[in-house]
Design a protein around this ligand. Structure first.
Ligand SMILES: Nc1ncnc2c1ncn2[C@@H]1O[C@H](COP(=O)(O)OP(=O)(O)OP(=O)(O)O)[C@@H](O)[C@H]1O
Ligand SMILES: [Mg+2]
Length: 345
């Protein structure tokens, strides 16, 4: 089913001016290429992309009675940055887990470059070039920064035992890996910390380390789960720069982010999930006006914006309903009912 397009516009008539004008304006070449490739793609859920790296079909994952993921069809364009957004619990992390072999679905298939990734372990998926970082960082705190990096290389390439039986090969490999790690650490401004325990790094530095570690295996697709979350604002710009760099190097990036300014800044395409499903996709400027998206974020399904009176009535009704359940006075609760976080969960 087509996603709502703002003002009933067609994809063609809504292309942003920046994409139509001469390429003298800001974005770097890879960004322009990625955006140009997607220029004529309709803003429809499940729409085919000109050059998809990842294709997902009928992937579902349930936990007990809860459907965490139910994606009919999704294509991720190669060498672009796709922002994956959606309210808490939408299924974004679960989808990452499934695509990278950290979890198995109830049904469905998905592929990278036409090769099915179903039933592969995270190692095998990584060896094919698809890596991810975690929402909660998984840097190993009792290892040094450098050891974390080297583990990334071995781990993700699935190398190890047999090679380690041949010392010469192993040493050459380790030297190459160490050099590569130093290069990456310098790029992420972590080289001065290479001998420190990862546990001593700040949250933001751990995120950087995780991203650097993911790059040790020369991936083709990088999935970043909230790379900016918990990162000191002073570091977010450089982190954003690193994400853009991945695109410069031809990588396909999928990243989960809650901050819409960040999403608008770096995404070539945005996929919106809610309650396990993809509810909209399109370029960043198509998303904020999209009714399904607005509804999903508000957690409400109404046909027109609420007036102040209506909102007060809805809140009063909710307070009264909770009061009936809890056996307390509605007035006591009505002052607390604005805590949306509490009532949504
Ligand atoms: N291992 C699990 N067992 C049971 N339920 C789970 C499990 N993992 C996820 N869920 C549930 O699946 C749903 C989707 O969760 P998921 O973590 O994928 O959401 P998300 O979009 O990443 O949210 P957030 O923005 O908060 O990170 C949620 O309702 C969550 O509680
Ligand atoms: Mg998540």
């Amino acid at each position: 089913m087509p996603a709502d397009q703002p003002h009933g516009a067609t994809a063609a008539s809504q292309q942003p001016a920046a994409q139509q004008s001469a390429p003298t304006a800001a974005p770097a070449a890879p960004a322009r290429l990625a955006q140009a490739a997607l220029r004529d793609v309709p803003w429809e859920i499940g729409v085919a992309k000109p050059d998809p790296a990842i294709v997902v079909d009928g992937v579902t994952r349930t936990f007990g009675g809860l459907t965490a993921v139910s994606v009919d069809h999704l294509e991720i364009q190669r060498s672009g940055i796709t922002g994956l957004i959606g309210p808490n619990g939408a299924g974004k992390t679960t989808l990452f887990n499934l695509l990278t072999g950290f979890d198995q679905p109830n049904s469905g298939t998905w592929s990278f470059d036409g090769r099915s990734l179903g039933k592969l372990s995270p190692h095998q998926v990584a060896r094919l070039g698809v890596v991810r970082t975690f929402q909660l960082t998984k840097a190993l705190s009792r290892l040094s920064v450098m050891q974390n990096m080297l583990l990334g290389a071995k781990d993700q390439r699935g190398e190890g035992f047999f090679r380690s039986l041949v010392p010469g090969v192993w040493r050459a490999q380790e030297k190459a890996n160490t050099e590569k790690a130093l290069d990456l650490l310098a790029r992420f401004k972590l080289d001065a910390k290479k001998d420190d325990f990862a546990g001593t790094l700040s949250g933001g530095q751990r995120k950087l380390l995780e991203m650097a570690r993911a790059l040790m295996s020369d991936p083709k697709v990088v999935m970043l789960d909230e790379p900016m979350a918990g990162v000191n604002p002073a570091l977010t710009q450089s982190l954003l720069g690193h994400v853009k760099d991945l695109r410069e190097q031809g990588m396909t990036v999928i990243f989960v982010e809650h901050d819409m300014d960040v999403v608008r800044d770096i995404s070539d395409w945005v996929v919106v999930m809610a309650a396990g499903k993809v509810i909209a996709e399109g370029p960043p400027e198509s998303i904020s006006q999209n009714r399904a998206v607005v509804d999903a974020y508000l957690g409400a399904h109404h046909d027109a914006p609420l007036t102040v009176d209506e909102e007060e009535r809805v809140l009063a009704e909710a307070a009264a309903a909770i009061a009936r359940e809890e056996g307390v006075s509605g007035e006591v609760l009505s002052s607390e009912s604005t805590d949306r976080e509490g009532t949504q969960r």
